[in-house]
Design a protein around this ligand. Structure first.
Ligand SMILES: CC(C)(COP(=O)(O)OP(=O)(O)OC[C@H]1O[C@@H](n2cnc3c(N)ncnc32)[C@H](O)[C@@H]1OP(=O)(O)O)[C@@H](O)C(=O)NCCC(=O)NCCS
Length: 203
């Protein structure tokens, strides 16, 4: 009999997920990610500009409007029952769709891991958690994740996580003097459930 998932829906193996609070530490963390040019050039269509605290505060408001918007955190204490007992290392969102599109039950993941925590498996763990949340809790049918064609590490990771490359918007992105493709990956609920069953997870 597969083991039921623990009751706390806001934890995965090593990580805790919590809301962004209206407090200086959280704004400062978002600001540190927003002003990281490498992170922004890997994940954002926006023209790179020096990021103001005001813009980061507005970004915080946008995170709150997502279907799921969470800070990816490491527990600082064993239980990490309070937000103050967590250390933010990234941001993950399932984007909201307008009400008139809700019947399609689609969403798109965006993720940024702070530079010093990349390459340690946290991004993959957080994406697996967002897939669980999206399919199992939010009742989604399809979840996509997009990246630019120069972000080879991200593409490799998404394929390893079981996403299918669905195509690309050719030369959709101008960055650093040349055109790049916008590559679209997707996963369907049935595909996710099948993989969970194979892994012996109770879904
Ligand atoms: C892409 C990203 C979310 C992956 O998270 P991560 O925690 O670094 O990834 P993991 O440790 O779970 O997985 C490691 C894999 O990610 C890939 N990767 C992508 N960018 C990487 C980076 N800057 N450093 C290390 N690994 C990276 C590698 O392919 C690596 O695979 P490997 O172990 O076989 O070499 C993270 O690196 C990041 O936030 N990058 C900057 C912003 C960005 O590109 N966002 C996504 C745009 S869609």
């Amino acid at each position: 009999m597969p083991e039921a998932r623990p009751l706390d829906p806001f934890r995965s193996e090593r990580l805790v997920y919590r809301a962004v609070n209206d407090q200086p530490q959280d704004i400062a963390f978002i600001h540190s990610i927003q002003r990281d040019a490498e992170a922004q050039s890997g994940s954002s269509y926006a023209l790179l500009r020096p990021e103001s605290i005001k813009a980061s505060t507005e970004f915080k408001d946008r995170i709150e409007k997502c279907l799921l918007g969470a800070l990816i955190c490491l527990p600082v204490t064993g239980l990490a029952e309070k937000d103050s007992e967590t250390l933010p290392i990234g941001i993950i969102c399932l984007k909201a769709t307008p009400l008139s599109h809700a019947h399609h039950r689609n969403s798109d993941i965006s993720i940024d891991i702070a530079k010093e925590y990349r390459g340690q498996g946290y991004g993959g763990e957080a994406i697996r958690w967002a897939l669980w949340y999206g399919f199992q809790m939010a009742g989604l049918h399809r979840i996509s994740i997009e990246t630019f064609s120069f972000n080879e590490g991200a593409m490799k990771l998404y394929e390893r996580l079981g996403f299918t490359c669905e195509g690309k918007h050719r030369e959709a992105m101008w960055f650093n003097g040349r055109w790049h493709d916008d590559v679209v990956y997707g996963m369907l609920e049935d595909e996710w459930r099948e993989e969970q069953r194979k892994a012996g997870n109770d879904v």
